[in-house]
Structure formats: C-alpha cells, structure tokens
Ligand binder design. Structure first.
Ligand code: ASP
Length: 446
C-alpha cells in the first residue's frame, strides 16, 4: 500500500472523463456522420476510425465493462451471505427489506411525478412535427404475481448464469439465514464466506485502478458518434429530461437525506462522484454495482449487513432516473401525437413506471423497453419511442448516474435508521480512498 495523496484515484477518474469527452468530441468534429480519416503512411494507410474508435476505444471499453460485470454475481452472492449472517437477528431482514422497498418505490413515484409536471409546464412536444421511422414492439407489463413467482429460482445456478439479480438475492438470503441457524457448521461456512468477501472486494479495488483507462476509452468512443448538433427538434425534450435528472439528484436527494437522517448532503454528493462517473460511462447500474457497494460501505460508512442487501436490490428495482425519462417522454409523445391525457392516465403512468422498474435489470437501454409498457398502458403509440431513440444514449448515461445515486441514498437512510452506520467514516472525506490506490509492487513483497 502506498501513501500517495489520497484523492489521486478520484482525480484520475475525473480527468479521464473530461479527456474522454474532449477527445471524442474532437473526433466527432473531425469525422462527422461516422466518416473516417485515413492517414497515408509509407507502407499502408492508417484509418483513424479503425485504429481508435473501432480499435482501442472499443476493445478497452468493452473489456472494462465486462470485468465489472464479471464481479456482480459473485459479489452480490458473497456479501449478501456475509451480511445476513452478521445480522444477529435475522427477523430484522423483513423490516430492512420493507423499508428499502418502500423508499425505492416512493422515490421513483416522486421522480416520475416531478418529471411529468416539469414536462407539462415546458411542453417540449408542442409544435413539433415528427414522423416516427422506427417500429418498436411493446412487451406486456408483468403482473405483481408474476414478479413474485419469478423471484424464486428453481435452479440457483441458472440464476447465477443468467445474472438474474432478484433470484440471486433471494437464494443468498435463504442461504445466509440457514448458515446463521446451523451452529458450528454454519460458523465455519460463514468465516469462509467472510474471507471470500475480502478477496472479492480486493478485486473491485484492483479494477478501480484501471478505471481511468476504461472510463476514457468508453467516453471517447461514445462521444465520437454522439453529436448534440443533430438533436434538432429533440433538443427541448433532451434538456427537460436532463434538467429534471440534475434537479432530482442535486435537490430532491439532498433534501430527503437531510430530512430523514440529518446528515450533511454535500458530503454525500461529493462521495458519489466516482460512482456516478462509472454509471455515466457504463450506462449500467448493474455493472456499477461493485463500485456502489464499495462507496456505500467504505466511504459512507454503511455496514455490509445493510448495503449488501439494499445496493443490489436498488440496482435491480430502483430506477428514479429512468422514471424521469419515462415521465417526460410520455408527455412529449402525447403532445407530438396530439393526444390529451387525463389525470387518471397520468396516475396510470406513475403506477406502471414504478412497478415496471421492479425486476428489470439495470443494463443499458432497458428504460426504453419499459417505456413501451408505459405507453401501451395509456394507449399512446409505442412507435413514439422511435422519435426519441436518437438522443437516448446520452440520457441513458445521465439517468444511470441518478439511478445509482438513489440506490446509495436509500442505503444510507436505511443504514442510519437501523444503527448500522458509522458516522465518523461518513464525515471523513478521505475514508475509503487509500484502499482504492493499490500499489501492485505489493505483490512482490508478499
Ligand atoms: N441504464 C439504466 C440503468 O442501468 C436503465 C435505463 O434507464 O435504461 O440503470
């Protein structure tokens, strides 16, 4: 371990983000509309797009996301088992689960109501003349009974293989409870899992150290092909969603946090920086899960017994940012197609979007699939999604950052209310920073 300045990794990640966006935007300017620049060299012609965008950026970016995803199932399984075993009284699980689920659903409903009000006020779709040129198939919203049945895995290994997070959570909880009930044998298994947990968390920190390269390549690749100039008619829609997302993260969350815990919300926002950048770069709450977990436990001081449960649950069922996009999109599409929605339609949208977010994994673009369900419920044309799909990538990145911020906030509230929280760690601005900086020369010393 080194004694480097403690903020160095965070600084490197922020620099990587800015550099990635700048390089990508420069390449976008140099090669608009997916064109290419070919540099003739002595022996061969060098394609900038082939070498950088489809080469280095694509490979490093994809490898980085895959390595994060690789950790998700083992991390959730192992830390949830440790969390359940360490709860002295496993009957508390029901109360913790109830609080977390209620907070997740309420914040999502607040988010979508706020987003729809803002959209109705600004009317981003009024006077817009657009024709949908993409077709979109809607899926049926799952019923509550279906969601409940599907939470129980008939084969846990299949749940692991498919990364079905709710099923993994249920299996890990049952397994953890049984360990706690198994006396001496249970203690031996529990201590093995504690060791596994240390090793897996170490792997997370190892990956954090290559994160600046991953973040740079992901963002440079994305910004080469995303251009704000082409947004045209959609700029108003884009801005309404964007502003609603920013307000939700910087006003609603801090106010809620302060009101429910009394903690300083500025510290919370500051500590969320790294996690939000990961979410922004990967567009996936799931892939960001290892980082959210590390931030919640090591930087914010929430005990693993709570975070191991609420963070994966949040990555799966809590999508405030996604709900915000869906609220604005519904209003926008209704305005473009000149459909008047009634109050009960709006309530229906809130209900469907909140329920649809349960059981839908946090992966890129899933918000649009859920939007199809929402539109269907109120009789709006699902093809409307074709109108907004062009600007969805950037919004997906931003809303994912909001989604993980919501997961962390609820984790903090539940942790504090259950007394499973260390306020000293929370208030220490350098908490958790040192372990992020791994000196690989340690390997030689061991
Ligand atoms: N990408 C989002 C997430 O992973 C979900 C979505 O809105 O598409 O949280």
């Amino acid at each position: 371990m080194t004694n480097k300045p403690s903020s160095s990794l965070t600084t490197r990640i922020v620099i990587a983000m800015i550099a990635g966006i700048s390089v990508g935007s420069f390449l976008q300017w140099l090669m608009p509309d997916q064109s290419d620049v070919v540099v003739p060299l002595y022996l061969f012609d060098l394609s900038i797009r082939g070498l950088l965008v489809d080469g280095v950026f694509e490979v490093v970016g994809k490898v980085f996301v895959a390595s994060l995803q690789m950790l998700v199932v083992p991390l959730v399984f192992v830390s949830l088992i440790c969390g359940t075993c360490s709860l002295k009284d496993t009957t508390k699980l029901g109360r913790i689960g109830g609080k977390a689920i209620a907070l997740y659903l309420i914040t999502t409903a607040v988010a979508i109501s706020f987003a729809m009000s803002l959209a109705l006020f600004i009317s981003p779709g009024e006077g817009v003349n657009m024709v949908a040129n993409t077709t979109f198939e809607s899926r049926e919203a799952p019923s509550l009974a279906q969601v409940l049945i599907q939470m129980f895995p008939s084969n846990p290994f299949q749940a692991f293989a498919q990364g079905n997070m709710l099923q993994v959570i249920v299996f890990a909880l049952l397994f953890g409870i049984s360990i706690a009930l198994s006396g001496k044998a249970g203690e031996r298994v529990a201590s093995l899992f504690e060791d596994f947990s240390v090793v897996i968390m170490r792997l997370v920190t190892v990956l954090m150290n290559i994160a600046p390269y991953g973040v740079f390549c992901l963002l440079a690749g994305l910004f080469t092909d995303v251009s704000i100039e082409t947004f045209g008619n959609l700029i108003k829609y884009f801005l309404v969603v964007f502003v609603a997302l920013v307000l939700h993260a910087t006003v609603t969350y801090p106010v809620l946090l302060k009101a429910l815990t009394g903690l300083n919300p500025l510290i919370f926002l500051r500590k969320m920086r790294n996690t939000a950048i990961f979410a922004f770069s990967t567009s996936s709450s799931n892939a960001t899960l290892p980082i959210t977990m590390e931030t919640a436990t090591k930087k914010m001081g929430v005990k693993n017994s709570i975070a191991s449960f609420t963070v994966p649950l949040g990555a799966t069922i809590n999508m405030d940012g996604t709900a915000i996009m869906q609220g604005v999109a519904t209003v926008f599409i209704a305005q473009v197609f000149n459909v008047d929605l009634t109050l009960s339609d709006y309530l229906m949208v809130i209900l469907t979007a909140t329920l649809a977010s349960i059981g839908t994994a946090g992966v890129p673009g899933v918000g649009l699939i859920m939007l199809a369900m929402v539109l269907d419920q109120v009789g709006l044309p699902v093809e409307g999604i074709g109108l907004i799909i062009g600007v969805d990538r950037l919004l997906d990145m931003t809303r994912t950052a909001v989604n993980v911020t919501g997961d962390s906030m609820v984790t903090l509230i539940v942790g504090k209310s259950e007394n499973q929280f260390d306020e000293e760690v929370y208030n220490d601005l350098n908490a958790g920073q040192k372990i992020e900086d791994i000196d690989f020369s340690d390997l030689k010393h061991n």
